[in-house]
Ligand binder design. Structure first.
Ligand SMILES: NC(=O)c1ccc[n+]([C@@H]2O[C@H](COP(=O)([O-])OP(=O)(O)OC[C@H]3O[C@@H](n4cnc5c(N)ncnc54)[C@H](OP(=O)(O)O)[C@@H]3O)[C@@H](O)[C@H]2O)c1
Ligand SMILES: [Zn+2]
Ligand SMILES: [Zn+2]
Length: 352
């Protein structure tokens, strides 16, 4: 049972998912069956539902069941599964398979698989060619290789968003060397952004939030940020010019990168992980200060396991608003209005 976008229907602008029975594949030898307990609501889910609604009435769109950051309990294991037993707590993110052979996969960066990783929803199963259906659902079947042991001590509801939002900001922070002595800024204080702040603070970096929302300033400090720059205040942005070694841009809407590049220090990097799509860059914004523009997405299996261990050790998890899954459409609509502090998580127990 799960929450499915039935077609390009619905009142204008409102997300509409309906309760529907879902079929999961029979277990393969290296598969786990998972009872999904908690699934985070990522802005990518909203983009996916909206894109489908905008697709018009024509054609025969594939079924869409969003949800790609979840925790639950193993309910069944295939005969080759070695790392999990029935009853174990488990976590899954937004990649459920990859080619396993290319240089990226061999390096544990399955998120960059040359044959493209299989996404948790909206992907195509590599063996049977069916569309993958996400975890706004009570059950999921996943290869053991893409399932993670949920460390003891992490609350399963608050940990669910680590599997997409968390790992998406962890990889660039880690790769760019965030830590003591580095100055990190996080643009956009939402699901990704608030976890970027917590992770950056836990890594020991001097951390600043760049937000449009003046009223989030107190939250930013409570999350551990030392500084706040209100992006709509020209005096504050001018004062922050060339200040940060790393700017992690998690903004969910298309936007001009110029104002954010100007906040990057000489030889520093803007990592653009939020809204994906074409961007226009004024070369001079890179030239002046020899700045770098980068991106990242999701995470490889090694980084994901390392991030979960780090979060358990440093007590990092999402600030969540937990809702019964039946309120999924309300969660999506409020997310669209930037009305969330800071991640909705759906409790799937109302699905049976
Ligand atoms: N690279 C990846 O693999 C990956 C993975 C997950 C998500 N994403 C993408 O990352 C983005 C963020 O996801 P999320 O779940 O964190 O979303 P979210 O919770 O809605 O947070 C986005 C934040 O962006 C800021 N923002 C929104 N509209 C803006 C605008 N027009 N101008 C400036 N700032 C704006 C807001 O922060 P303030 O109120 O502080 O200004 C908002 O809280 C989405 O586009 C999502 O699809 C990418
Ligand atoms: Zn996501
Ligand atoms: Zn590969």
């Amino acid at each position: 049972m799960g929450w499915q976008a039935e077609g390009p229907a619905g009142a204008a602008g409102a997300a509409v998912l309906r309760r529907a029975p879902l079929k999961r594949r029979d277990l393969r030898p290296d598969d786990l069956a998972v009872r999904v307990d908690y699934c985070g609501v990522c802005h990518t889910d909203l983009h996916a539902v909206r894109a489908r609604e905008a697709g018009g009435a024509g054609g025969d769109p594939l079924p869409l069941v969003p949800g790609h950051e979840f925790t639950g309990v193993v309910t069944e294991t295939g005969p080759e599964v070695a790392g999990f037993r029935v009853g174990d707590p488990v976590a899954v993110g937004n990649i459920v398979d990859s080619c396993g052979e290319c240089a990226m996969c061999r390096a544990g960066q399955e998120n960059f698989c040359h044959a493209f990783p299989t996404l948790t929803y909206g992907g195509t199963d590599r063996l049977d060619g069916t569309a993958t259906l996400g975890a706004y659902s009570r059950e999921y079947v996943v290869r053991e290789r893409f399932a993670y042991v949920l460390p003891a001590g992490l609350d399963p509801a608050a940990a669910a968003p680590l599997l997409c939002a968390g790992i998406t900001v962890w990889e660039p922070l880690h790769a760019l060397g965030a830590g003591p002595g580095t100055r990190v800024a996080v643009a956009g204080l939402g699901g990704l952004g608030h976890l970027a702040v917590k992770l950056s603070v836990a890594l020991g970096a001097d951390t600043t939030v760049i937000t449009r929302s003046r009223k989030k300033a107190d939250d930013a400090r409570r999350l551990g940020a030392q500084g706040v720059v209100v992006s709509t205040d020209p005096e504050q942005t001018a004062a922050a010019r060339d200040r940060f070694d790393i700017v992690v841009d998690t903004i969910s809407a298309p936007h001009d990168l110029g104002p954010y590049l100007r906040l990057v220090a000489m030889d520093g990097t803007l990592s653009h992980v939020g809204h994906l799509g074409p961007v226009t860059v004024e070369t001079l914004d890179l030239l002046v200060g020899r700045k770098k523009l980068s991106s990242a997405g999701s995470g490889g299996s090694r980084a994901t396991a390392a991030m979960l261990a780090f979060c358990a050790e440093h007590d990092v998890a999402a600030d969540i608003e937990l809702l019964p899954s039946a309120r999924v459409n309300e969660a999506l609509d409020r997310l669209a209005r930037n009305d969330v502090r800071y991640r909705f998580v759906l409790d799937m127990s109302d699905l049976g």
